[in-house]
Design a protein around this ligand. Sequence first.
Ligand SMILES: Cc1ncc(C[n+]2csc(CCOP(=O)(O)OP(=O)(O)O)c2C)c(N)n1
Ligand SMILES: [Mg+2]
Length: 1012
Amino acid sequence: MSEKLLVPDIGEFKNVEVIEILVKPGDEIKENDPIVTIESDKSSVEIPSTISGKVESVEVKVGDKVSEGDLLLIFSSPSKISSEINLPKDSENIIKQAEAKIAEKKEKKIVAKEPAKEKEESSIQIINGADIDPQETQDWLESLSAVISKDGNQRAHFLIKELINKAYREGANIPYTQNTPYINTIPPEAEVKSNGDQNIERRIRSLIRWNAAAMVVRANKKFPELGGHIGTFASAATLYDVGMNHFWRAKNNKFGGDLVYFQGHSAPGMYARAFLEGRLTEKQLDNFRQEVKTDGLSSYPHPWLMPKFWQFPTVSMGLGPMLAIYQARYMKYLINRGLIKDEGRKVWAFLGDGEMDEPESMGAIGLASREKLDNLIFVINCNLQRLDGPVRGNGKIIQELEGSFRGAGWNVIKVIWGSYWDSLLANDKTGQLVKIMNETVDGEYQAMKARDGAYVREKFFGKHPVTSELVSSLSDKDIWRLNRGGHDPHKVFAAYDKAIKTEGRPTVIIAKTIKGYGMGKTGESVNTTHQTKKLDVDDLMYYRDRFDVPLTDEQVRNIEYFRPDEKSPEIKYIKERRLKLGGFLPERSTFAKPIKAPSKDIFDFMKVSTGEKEMSTTMALVRMLTNLLRDKNISPRLVPIIPDEARTFGMEGFFQKIGIYAHEGQKYEPEDAAQLSSYREDKSGQVLEEGITEAGAMSSWIAAATAYTNHDIEMIPIYIFYSMFGFQRVGDLAWAAGDSQARGFLIGATAGRTTLAGEGLQHQDGHSHLVASTIPNCVTYDPTFHYELAVIFREGLRRMHEKKENVFYYITTMNENYSHPEMPKDKKCEEGILKGMYKIKEFNKYKKTKIQLLGSGTILREMISAAEILQNDYQIDSEIWSVTSFNELRKDGMEVERYNLLNPDKEPKKSYVEQCLGQTEGPIMAASDYMRMNSDQIRPYTNKSFYSLGADGFGRSDTRKNLRKFFEVDKEHLVAYGLSILAKEQLITSKYAKDAIKKYKIDSNKPMPTKL
Ligand SMILES: Cc1ncc(C[n+]2csc(CCOP(=O)(O)OP(=O)(O)O)c2C)c(N)n1
Ligand SMILES: [Mg+2]
C-alpha cells in the first residue's frame, strides 16, 4: 500500500517555492520529520511529514512552486497515518478536557438550582455550596439585610469593613480587598520561630554594620571624592542577615543555588560580611571604590569588575526587579524544557521603596503572577525615604505597594511592626491603635524616628486618650524601643519562612525600616541620610555604643575594622551557617560546558549565489536559524526571543517547529490549528514570545545569555527586534548585559534609516550601531550579503559559546529583497568580513582616475551601482569595499594608534584600515544607512582624503528610492558626490560633477536633511 503526502494548509500563500528537499527515496522517516523547506517572499518554513514510513518517491524538486494540496511525496510502506483531519497533537486532549468541562458545567447547573428557592425569602443568597452551617450563614445574612434596609448601604459597608479588620487581626483568612490594615500580615501566633542563636546573630550583625560604615568613612576620609552609602545598608542589615544565616542556599556540586539580587547601594554590607567570612581582606576593604589598582572593591554590584563575586548588576534603579522577574521565569523555562532539574531554587530581589517609582520596577509584576512564579521573592526595604526625602510623605508607600501587588495577584507579606508592639496590639481592644497606625502618614512616621520617645508619645500615641493610656506605663525609652518590623529578626524570619513555602504565586515582602538605623542624630531618619558618607567621632562613638561593638575609644577614633578571632564563636557561627547553606554568597562561577560551533559547511548554502532569487538578510537569517535547528548540538540551546514581531520577520514557521513556551501548555485550540504555521504554545516550547515588551524581552535575553553562570548551562539566545526599538529603547539593560558578561545575539531587524521604507520617523533607525558601539564588549556588524551574515554568525557562535569569550553580538538585518552573490573566492575574504572590511569588486578598465568606495548594509549595493555608472559613463575606475563593521574597524584603529603613540621608538603598526586602503589610489568615499558619524569613525586611521555620507536627520515615510534620494545615499547622489570629490582633489575637472548634479536633478540648494 502506498500513501501520498500533500502540501498542507499554508495560510494565504500560493505558488511558494521549494528551496530544499530534505529526504530522498528509500529514507525511513518518522512523523513530524521535515520533508521540504518552502519559501515565500517573506518567510521560509519546513513542511513536516504527517506519516511515518519509507519514502518511495519525491514528487517535487528545488525551484518548483507549490500550493496547498500539491503532491510532495509517496510513501511505499506507511506505518502510521495521522488522523484524517490532521489535528495537532494536543487537540484530542483539548477536546477531552472540553467535554469534561461541559459535563462538569451540567452538573453544576443542577446543583445551582436549589438556592434559587431562597431568593424569595431573603435579599442576599448563599451561592457557595461548601457552606458548613447554612443556618448560621443565613442568620448573618439576614442581619446584614436588616442593616441595609434600616440604616442603608454606608452602614453596611462600615460593618463589613470592621468585620474584615477584626477577622484579619485574629489571623483569619479574609476575603480580598486592595488593602489590609497597617499591621503585620503574619499574626504573632502564626510566626514560625528561628532556631538561630539570636544573641550571636545580633553580635555578628553589629560587626557587619560597623565594618560596612567604617569602610565608607575610611575611604572618604582618604579621598573625599569617592562617596558611598551608609544609611541604606544600615536600614537593611537585618533583612540581609536573616537571609544569609537561614535561607539563601549557595551553588555547589549538589545544588544550583538561590539567586539573590542585592540592592545596589547596600554593597558595603555584603563586603563587610565577606570580610567576617574571611573572603575579603582588610586591604581590600580599604580599596572600596578604588578599582583602578588591583584588588579594588566595586562601588556597586558589577560582575564585570568583580567576576568571581557579583552575579547581578542592580544599581541602576528598576533593572533589578525587572531582571529578577525574568530570571525566575527563565528558570522555570529551563526546568520545563528539561534542561535543568527542578530543585526548588528561588530568586530573591532586594529593592528600595524609592526604586519602586521606576516604571521598570512594577512593569512586569503581572507577568510574575501570570506565570505563577512561586520561585520569586521580592523584599522591598521600606525605609520611607529615597535620596531627597520621603518616598510618600503624604501617603503610605507600604499600603500603596500592597494594593498594587495584591491587585497583580502576588502574595503580599507586610512586616511593619517589631515584636515590642505585639502586646500593645493585643491590648488594642478598641481598635484605636490600628486606626492611628492606618491614619498616620509616612512623613510623620519618618519625623518620629528622627526625634525621641517623648515626641512619639505626644505625636503618635497622644492622638487619642485610649492610646495614650495604652502606653502610660511605658517610659519614653521603652517607647523609643518599639521597633519596626524590618529590624526585628523574628518577624523577618517568619516572613521569609512563609515566602519560601508559598506555592503558585510570587511573594513580595514589604518591610518597614528606618533609613540610617542606628546612625544617631546626624544620620538616622533625616532627609539627608542618603548623602551621609562621613561620620564624625561623636557619631562613631554613638554607633559603636548603639550596637555594642567591642572597640576602644582609640580604635573608634582610628575607625578600625573589627574581625573577631578565627576561633571566636561569631566567626565559627557565621561560617557554620554558610556551610549549612552550601557555601558563600554572593559568588559567581561557571561550570558550563562549551557548545561546539557547527562545522563550517553548515552555512555553505549561504555562500553560493541566490541567482535570480531575491531575499532580505532577515530572511537569510531565518533560513540560517532553521538550518541550525537541525544541528543536534546547537538546536536545544537556541532561545529565539521575540517581542510580538515573529510574523514581521518571517519567523512564524518556528511556532509549529519548536513551539512557544507557555508554562500551562495550550488550553485552547488555536484558530489556525489546521495551518502549517499554527500558533502552538507548549510547556516545553522553545520560543520566548514576550508580547510587546522590549524591556521584558531584553531581560529574558540577559537571563539566557548568563545561564552559563546562573545555571551552569551554555545557552544561545537570539533576540530579534525592530532595530529602532533596541538599544535606543533598552539601552540601560544593554549596558547591564555588558556588565553581566552576557553571551548571545541581538538582531536589529528591519534596520537602516532608508531601508524600512514606509514606517516613518519613529521606526527608522540610523544610529543603533553608534549606540551599540558605546558598550565595550558588544561586537557589531552591518552585513549586506547572506554569506557575510553566515561567516559573522558562525564566528559569533565559536567565540561566545565554544571559546566562552565574554562578548555579545549585535547584527543588523534588513527587509529589502535583493539577490545575493556568491562569496568571493579570495582567501582573505572571510578574515576581512570579520575584521570589518574587504574588497568586493574592482573596476579597472581605464587606468586614469580612481576612487575608493566604501559601503555597508544596503547602501553597499547603491555604491556598487554608482561604481558601474562612474565606470561606464565617466571612465572612472574604482575599488569597492564592503564594510561589515565601521565599529570593529574603529576599535582596531584606536588600539593601533595608541600602541604607536606609546611606543614612539618602535616600528609603527598598521591599522587594518590602513592595511586595506594605505596603498590604494584615489580619495575615499564612504556611506551607510546610518548617520555620517558611523563611517566617519575610521577617518582618523587613514591619511587619505576621506568623505562620509549617511542618513543624518529624522526618518520619514516614503518609498526606499525617494528616501535614499532625500538622504543623498542613492546611486545618483553617490555618483555626483564621487565626481565632486575627484574634482576637489583636482583629479578631474568640476564640469563632470556639475553635469551629474544637473542630470540627476539634484537641488544644490536643498537644506541639509537634518534641518528638514
Ligand atoms: C536609574 C537610577 N536613577 C537614579 C539613581 C541614583 N540613586 C541612587 S540611590 C537613590 C535613592 C534610592 O532610594 P530607595 O530606592 O528608597 O533606596 P534606599 O537607599 O532608601 O534603600 C537614587 C535616586 C540610580 N542609582 N539609578
Ligand atoms: Mg528608601
